[in-house]
Design a protein around this ligand. Structure first.
Ligand SMILES: [Zn+2]
Length: 236
């Protein structure tokens, strides 16, 4: 537990830019209601007509992963919906390590994850050619469908390359972390590179496995409002 409200001043900014690839079919939902006039029951989230993976969805999955990792190491954590604990943390000025990275109702997030869009024209075209799958509505992920009734869902095909962009504020993560939060973030990136993490719907059947393909990091220091590049490298 620590007081992680260290945003004034921001001393360190790390930017990450890379390519994420979905190795299995993927659907990031738009909620249980399909868009008006959609030919399927559950549609892929889009910006304009281009499929998109919202940064908030990625952040939620990253948080859950880091939370389970911390728990397995014996750290006491809580769900992002446990408002009682988050109120208490703010009152005592001691935040758990997870809120110290991803924020809570009382502390701003130290990470910012941007919406992911297909990396170029080729991937944009591929991403638009979605799959339509018909299933029987037994899964609780499909609250909109009647049990036993047929429904259709739209999925993004495997192998799309997405632009990944993330900022880390005041947590030293590269080249070597200097606190527990940096270590947890490093484990997250190691997992994303070597094994991948499942995002979106149908994770229990292996859908939405995303892997980080190439990723560059840059450490900036901030002084008198100016950003100075201190060090850079590539994640391996
Ligand atoms: Zn917390």
């Amino acid at each position: 537990m620590n007081d992680y409200r260290d945003f004034f001043p921001i001393k360190r900014l790390t930017t990450l830019e890379g390519i994420m690839i979905n190795e299995t079919p993927l659907r990031i939902g738009v909620g249980k209601e399909p868009p008006l006039g959609a030919p399927v029951d559950v549609a892929v989230y889009r910006v304009g007509d281009v499929p998109c993976i919202p940064g908030s969805s990625i952040k939620g999955v990253f948080r859950a992963f880091v939370e389970s990792l911390a728990t397995s190491q014996g750290t006491i954590t809580h769900s992002p919906w446990d408002f009682t604990v988050m109120d208490r943390e703010a009152k005592e000025g001691k935040f758990c390590i997870i809120c110290g990275i991803f924020g809570s109702t009382h502390i701003a997030s130290h990470v910012r994850i941007y919406d992911m869009l297909p990396k170029d024209d080729e991937n944009r075209i591929k991403a638009k050619q979605t799959l339509i799958k018909t299933s029987v509505g037994i899964d609780r992920e499909f609250r909109g469908a009647k049990p036993g009734a047929l429904f259709t869902e739209e999925l993004i095909v495997p192998g799309i390359e997405w632009n990944f962009k993330m900022d880390i504020i005041n947590i030293k993560t590269f080249p070597q972390p200097d606190d527990e939060r940096g270590k947890l973030l490093r484990s997250l990136f190691d997992t994303l590179i070597h094994f991948g993490i499942n995002i979106g719907a149908r994770r229990s059947v292996g859908y939405g496995l995303i892997k980080l393909k190439e990723c560059k990091w840059k450490n900036y220091s901030l002084e008198d409002g100016s950003l100075n590049l201190e060090e850079e490298g590539v994640l391996k």
